[in-house]
Design a protein around this ligand. Structure first.
Ligand code: GTP
Ligand code: SPV
Ligand code: MN
Length: 586
């Protein structure tokens, strides 16, 4: 399919290493993908679902030990440990290659080697980057064909260029003790062994579009962020775009596809989804910050997705979708997950592949990190700018996490550097998106702690540099928290579509239309300025949601101080200054 010498050399080298029976280039054609779906069903790797109710849809179950990203087995293999920084696992590249090659050696015997040329971003856009993933898994091929732009055209755009990201995935025997997800930023290379799960093996996603891309972004003066991108259309028909960084399973897909509350719909508000997980941002010719979504599909959390919380996502999953680790309803060969509706099937198979009676079982049927892989074009609210090679101009950047206490519903940074500070002090409760304990509060600056491909202190400096580049055209920065709870542990804020009420305040602030209250942590809304019309919330609920508890914040500051200590000399002075200032006022 190509004469590119660097590509051919790489493939030849890997072929000798893994020793496949066969080689198949993925050309992106529907005929080829359909034949792969058939083969995958024959092998029992995919289950074809009810094609009348769910046309083009399939179910896959991973191994029980392979259901989420594995952060403790994810490595940045830069030349020195310092380059990986204090928040990443580092592995000496020489040793890492040796170990990985010994695991990969001969691991394709009896198997086919699939070569997937893919583009992150619209093919040929100046924002976009090319990768080639080699895999032995048809499931990976089919998911990559949804999540990225795959096929011949990508190689045509690449020509004889050497600037592309090498990816090798070996399923091996999914042995968790030999599982490694390794990144070699200096070599543009990713190697993943012994997993078959999403973020560990769809190498275009977290591995390339965040870990490798964040490293490239620093070098080339752009940014790769764990952010959704959405457009808000007001009744006059004007559309403003916003980016938001929330940690895994903290509401990006939901916010990206939100349906405005009825009163807003009646007035003519609309929301358009550009992306739900990753944004690549660059300064445009006009000096503003522009964003593209490098992905071509959604790898969304299934549990909790329903016709009330996220009808757009649900609509996206009704055709040409691959479900992973959800319940199979044997009644009509469809799918189910917790929070889909109140009617779990009795005659069903759970994510583990066991018989499961949803009406009488204590155990969950779908894995909490079960997912759907759907093409972006399936989403009813996909933005008309989704394929725009120049992306969309960003008016506001939002950070947010899952915080039962301390962080108010929304506040605004005093300026860009204060916004970078707010991003750097983000903490959030852990979720099922990564292996390990759920609900533990941890620091997750910019929602990038698992995804920054280099020293996070230098990453903060890069943010500050970008702010200088953008000057007074920089977007305003905000922080939100949809997850504050009352004394009974219930969420106070209704969330989901209602979040538009907060976005409206944010946009008004961007347009200098309303005043705000200055506090030590930033500008907070006057409660009257958050529109509650049509909700059952009262102004005193808002008081609670916007409360800044001095004692909790003092504790927070102490905690940030010890987090900052990790960074020794790479932490920018600008952030230390902001921390000192806030400590004085609290
Ligand atoms: P990744 O794909 O892992 O990056 O996750 P994500 O950030 O896209 O999270 P997603 O939108 O899939 O939401 C994850 C969970 O948070 C789901 O269980 C949602 O129901 C829940 N959630 C999302 N938005 C809200 C909200 O506004 N309020 C509340 N209470 N829960 C929410
Ligand atoms: C996340 O965990 O942030 C995801 C899912 O979006 S994964 O692709 O597994 O990283
Ligand atoms: Mn994510």
């Amino acid at each position: 399919m190509t004469n590119n010498t660097s590509v051919l050399e790489f493939i030849d080298r890997i072929k000798k290493l893994v020793n496949p029976d066969d080689i198949v280039w993925i050309d992106g054609s529907e005929t080829q993908l359909e034949s792969l779906r058939k083969q995958s069903c024959d092998k029992g790797e995919l289950i074809k679902l009810n094609q009348e109710k769910l046309p083009g849809c399939y179910l896959h179950r991973t191994k029980l030990n392979d259901v989420a990203r594995v952060e403790d087995r994810t490595f940045i293999c830069s030349e020195t440990k310092d380059e990986a920084g204090p928040t990443n696992n580092w592995w000496n590249p020489k040793e890492a290659y040796e170990k990985l090659f010994s695991i990969a050696k001969n691991s394709y015997i009896g198997k086919t080697m699939y070569i997937i040329p893919y583009s992150m971003g619209p093919i040929g856009s100046k924002f976009s980057k090319i990768g080639i993933e080699i895999t032995d898994s048809i499931y990976v091929v089919l998911n990559m064909a949804i999540m990225t732009r795959v096929g011949k055209e990508v190689l045509e755009v690449l020509g004889n260029n050497n600037d592309w990201v090498r990816g090798l995935h070996c399923s091996c025997n999914i042995n968790e003790e030999q599982r490694y997800i390794c990144h070699f930023p200096q070599d543009n290379t990713i190697i993943s062994v012994n997993s078959g799960y999403g973020g560990n093996v769809l190498l275009g996603k977290k591995c390339f579009a965040l870990r490798i891309a964040s490293y490239l972004g620093k070098k080339e003066k752009w940014m790769a962020e764990h952010m959704l991108i959405l457009g808000i259309q007001n009744p006059k028909g004007e559309i403003k775009y916003i980016c938001a960084a929330f940690p895994s399973a903290c509401g990006k897909t939901n916010l990206a596809m939100l349906i405005p509350p009825e009163e807003y719909r009646k007035k003519g508000y609309k929301v358009w989804c550009v992306g739900d997980d990753i944004a690549w941002l660059r300064k445009g010719k006009d000096g503003r910050l522009w964003a593209i979504n490098p992905e071509n599909g959604f790898f969304g959390v299934a549990p909790g997705t329903n016709s009330r919380s996220n009808p757009n996502a649900l609509a996206a999953t009704t055709h040409n979708t691959i479900f992973t680790n959800v319940v199979q309803n044997l009644d009509d060969n469809t799918v189910w997950w917790e929070g889909l509706d109140k009617n779990p099937p009795s005659d069903a198979i759970n994510w583990k592949g066991e018989k499961w009676d949803g009406k009488n079982s204590e155990e969950k049927g779908a894995h909490p990190n079960s997912r759907f892989t759907s093409p972006a074009k399936n989403c009813p609210c996909i933005s008309s700018e989704f394929e725009n090679p120049n992306g969309v101009p960003i008016s506001a950047i939002i950070f947010g996490g899952r915080r039962a206490q301390t962080t108010p519903l929304v506040y605004e940074a005093f300026d860009w550097n204060n916004g970078v500070f707010i991003g750097s002090i983000m903490s959030s409760e852990t979720t099922a998106a990564a292996a390990g304990k759920v609900g533990v509060l941890r620091h997750d600056p910019m929602a990038m702690i698992p995804f920054c491909g280099y020293d996070m202190g230098k990453y903060f400096s890069h943010w500050i540099e970008m702010g200088k580049e953008l000057g007074d055209k920089a977007p305003k920065i905000f922080n939100v928290n949809w997850f504050r709870t009352d004394e009974n542990g219930n969420f106070i804020w209704p969330g989901f579509g209602e979040n538009l009420r907060v976005l409206e305040w944010i946009l008004k602030r961007c347009e200098n239309k309303i005043e705000a209250r200055k506090t030590p942590i930033g500008y907070l809304p006057f409660p009257k300025d958050i529109n509650l019309e049509g909700t059952s919330l009262t102004l005193s609920d808002l008081d609670l949601l916007l409360e800044i508890d001095g004692d909790l914040w003092k504790k927070e500051i102490e905690d940030i101080k010890s987090f900052y200590k990790k960074f020794s000399d790479t932490l920018p002075v600008e952030l230390v200054e902001k921390l000192n200032k806030i400590s004085k006022f609290l």
